[in-house]
Design a protein around this ligand. Sequence first.
Ligand SMILES: [Zn+2]
Length: 152
Amino acid sequence: MLDNKERKRVRDIYSKKKSAEKRSAEKNNRKDEDFLREFPDAESFVNWWEQQYDKQGGKCHYCDTSIDLIARLIKAGQIGTRKVRKDGERGRCLELERKDPFGPYDRKNCVLACMYCNNDKSNTYGYKDYKEFFGPNRKKHFEWLENKLGAP
Ligand SMILES: [Zn+2]
């Protein structure tokens, strides 16, 4: 389940994505881009996000670490966040990630990932390699940091 603050954040992600897709559709003289075909309104996107969040158990698709633990590690100063020009900071929340970064924003290609995996994978590693090699090692590191934290 997403709380109201998270629902609002996901709705904002939708609005930004929608504007970007509209601009792109106009530029390329196309009617609609993939994202808008899959998610015609904010509610359909928020619902997808919520289902995906539950399916992943609130964990990153790659490192299988709960976003709650990641937020705790940030709070404890064990890992840093990443400053973004307009959006403030990245790190505390799961992000929309395309398994194939050149593929469409659709239900098949999208998962939720932590910023640390999303940012690192970028469009430089293939999906399978990242999931097999890098995700599990990030998980080990997060668990090691968690042990240093002691009891929550
Ligand atoms: Zn991750």
